[in-house]
Design a binder for this molecule. Structure first.
Ligand SMILES: Nc1ncnc2c1ncn2[C@@H]1O[C@H](COP(=O)(O)OP(=O)(O)O)[C@@H](O)[C@H]1O
Ligand SMILES: [Mg+2]
Length: 365
């Protein structure tokens, strides 16, 4: 027996449960963390799919429980897991069992996640910097999901620059329920909450980080969201620490990154991806906004270049959700509280948002 073997048994023997085993539970677990759930950028361990690991004389047996009855996903996970486990030193036999639920059980890897009571899926919309159309995308996706028949809420986490009330055309304040909870106003069928609804006009927000975190926490726990399929969260612009800690405050099921074509090439998308990865939030995909402009005679002009978002998504191996054209009506609609999806669902821009919403809906249910 060589020294390394003895040493590893001494260090890991108890954990492995068997003195002759070189490989440990932790090593198995780490190897399984490299296996992604098919179609997601997130690994099977973070989805809590791995239920049991046993090791005996170099024979490794792993049991996983899927939350969706999806035979292709099960097969793929089994093959990928077997492949990484067989490559581990000290492993001579691998048995991976992937269980699937009987039909009628929840059909989604997200269903192991805790969240806000009454809210099925929480999705954050992020961007590398301000002005790329993050809030525009948030309001239009919210209205598009509503248009598709989902029950939707929209939470504005941009405490310093709340623009959701204006863009949704909400002027009334939330009311207080008999249970002392905030009842969000509804606009275009979407429940809306924003710091902008609570402050008097022109009152600047001078709060520091902890107060912001507290406010967001209240927005999740003290607001009567009740019975939503989707809660969209418009994050503050940027991908720094403040955004990161918000992603930890909000129990997110997924993140969408908004970019413009030129911003995509600046590594900003990569920062967004890194931010979501750090907090283990699955990246649902990238939206390229201000993608192109159509002249009145139908000519397509690519002001900021084109395809940057799609190319970057392919490079980073994350889904590309779609491109939204520049359209004056989008800005005007934003200023008068009438999202383009509501005012012109058949315009190319309205259609683009609805198609992105369809993709998101499919991904998450
Ligand atoms: N596709 C678009 N076409 C025309 N104007 C747009 C488009 N997307 C956003 N805008 C406008 O650009 C400005 C910035 O958008 P906004 O959504 O507030 O960005 P962010 O939330 O990223 O700061 C707003 O005036 C908005 O109406
Ligand atoms: Mg904004």
């Amino acid at each position: 027996m060589d020294t390394l073997f003895v040493f590893r048994n001494l260090v890991f023997g108890r954990e492995a449960g068997n003195l002759v085993d070189v490989v440990t539970q932790t090593e198995i677990q780490n190897a399984l963390k490299t296996v992604k759930y098919p179609g997601y950028s997130r690994d099977i361990v973070s989805f809590w799919l791995v239920k049991e690991i046993s090791i005996s004389n170099g024979a490794v047996s792993v049991t996983m429980q899927l939350t969706s009855a999806n035979p292709e996903a099960a097969q793929r996970i089994k093959a990928d897991a077997e492949c990484v486990l067989k490559a581990l030193p000290g492993v001579n036999q691998v048995h991976v069992e992937v269980r699937q639920p009987a039909t009628g059980q929840p059909a989604n890897p997200f269903s192991n996640q805790k969240g806000v009571p009454g809210v099925k899926r929480i999705i954050a919309i992020a961007s590398g910097k301000g002005g790329v159309g993050k809030s525009t995308v948030s309001v239009n996706l919210a209205c598009a999901l509503e248009h598709l028949g989902a029950r939707v809420g929209l939470l504005d986490c941009d405490i310093y620059g709340p623009s959701i009330p204006l863009m949704m055309g909400v002027h009334e304040k939330p009311t207080i329920s008999a249970e002392s909870r905030l009842v969000p106003p509804v606009a275009h069928g979407v429940k809306v909450m924003s710091i902008g609804l609570l402050l008097a006009d022109d009152q600047p927000v001078i709060w520091r980080g902890p107060m912001i975190a507290k406010t967001i926490d209240q927005f999740l726990t003290a607001v009567e969201w009740s019975n939503l399929d989707f809660l969209l969260v418009d994050l503050p612009p940027g991908t720094g620490d403040a955004q990161l800690s918000l992603c930890q405050t909000v129990p997110l099921d997924g993140g969408v990154i908004v970019t413009t074509p030129q911003e995509a090439s600046l590594g900003v998308v990569r920062k967004g991806i890194a931010m979501f990865n750090k907090v283990n939030v699955p990246i649902l995909g990238i939206v390229e906004n201000m993608s192109y402009f159509t002249t009145p005679n139908g000519e397509r002009v690519e002001i900021f270049g084109h395809g940057g978002g799609r190319e970057e998504a392919a490079r980073q191996n994350v889904p590309f959700l779609g491109e939204v054209p520049i359209f004056t009506e989008i800005r005007e609609g934003g200023d008068r509280g009438m999202p383009i999806v509501v005012s012109a669902p058949n315009h190319a821009a309205g259609k683009a948002f609805i198609q992105i919403a369809e993709t998101l809906h499919q991904k998450m249910f």
